[in-house]
Write a protein that binds this ligand. Structure first.
Ligand SMILES: [Zn+2]
Length: 307
């Protein structure tokens, strides 16, 4: 479960996944890995989009775009390394204020999924390649995130990043010796897990649980509060939740969410994998503290991101 914070107006923002360990959340990439390899020659491209004069009406900007962008995307996608950048930049520019330029670069970064730098004359945006071919809804959310720091857009993008973890290239696998740490200073994950397993899963859920590693960080823009590693069935809970002012019902709700990943299979829809399918979401909503926990999260996310 990843949550990201809206970027601040003036500075830069980076949306990241936390540790390589979390990348093991999903089974090895299959078809998507092939696609990634085909496209990897394009990694170095760069697109700079400058707007027409500020006086140009929005309608005519749109008309220009309709003429140019799709053709570029269609004809050059395979041979032209910069095509993906240009296509995405062209799709994004309709959401930018007049007179602002957009410099877009696609990356294969393991850590940073979205990074925005604001300059007086425009935006410098670095995006993970998982955003190639993103549907219009996601492009619109990116636009709102870059320009307006829109909170709902942050949420949409957080979910998108969660759903596309398999595109992030895996780090070479280290030999795995997992030390489980269930007893925190304030919250006991073992006790929470066992209670939920009894109450909600007829003790049938087979998984282990641990607090995740404490990682030094600067200003955090996103947080992965919990993860479920399919391969070794380990639930990891972010140590930032092991605080006296984080209520147990909230920790339990995060644990419950990750336990549901152990119960519900990933739904495949063509090439897409849906991690929170309808059955998952329905069951999550039956949780008595669902409402209370989401409200608490909304009110306290900034504080959690602060460490
Ligand atoms: Zn989830």
């Amino acid at each position: 479960m990843t949550r990201i914070l809206p970027a601040d107006q003036t500075g830069s923002a980076t949306v990241a996944t936390r540790t390589p360990g979390q990348l093991s959340l999903f089974s090895p990439p299959f078809r998507l890995a092939c696609r990634d390899r085909e496209q990897s020659g394009a990694a170095r491209g760069r697109a700079v989009v400058t707007f027409p004069e500020p006086a140009t009406p929005a309608a005519s900007r749109r008309a220009l775009r309709a003429e140019a962008a799709p053709r570029q995307a269609r004809l050059r996608a395979i041979v032209d390394p910069g095509a993906h950048e240009r296509a995405l930049a062209a799709a994004l520019r309709v959401y930018l204020p007049p007179g602002k330029a957009l410099e877009l670069r696609l990356t294969n970064n393991h850590y940073s999924m979205i990074s925005v730098r604001r300059k007086p004359d425009g935006y410098r945006l670095r995006l993970h390649r998982m955003f190639i071919g993103a549907e219009p809804r996601i492009v619109r959310a990116l636009g709102r995130y870059v320009v307006h720091n829109d909170r709902r857009a942050s949420r949409v993008l957080g979910d998108y990043i969660d759903g596309h973890q398999h595109i992030i290239k895996k780090q070479p696998r280290k030999a795995r010796q997992v030390n489980l740490r269930t007893t925190g200073i304030h919250h006991d994950l073992r006790a929470i897990f066992d209670r939920l397993n009894e109450e909600r899963f007829d003790r049938a859920l087979d998984a282990r649980i641990t607090w995740g590693p404490v990682v030094a960080h600067g200003a955090r823009r996103s947080i992965k509060m919990g993860s479920f590693a399919v391969e070794d069935k380990i639930i990891r809970i972010h140590p930032v939740l092991d605080k006296p002012d984080v209520p147990e019902f909230f920790v339990a709700w995060i644990v419950f969410h990750e336990m549901l990943h152990g119960k519900h299979d990933i739904v495949r829809k063509g090439r897409r994998r849906i991690f929170h399918g309808p059955a998952f979401v329905d069951e999550e909503r039956t949780y008595p503290d669902h409402q209370r926990a989401t409200e608490w999260e909304r009110a306290n996310l900034d504080r959690l991101l602060g460490g």
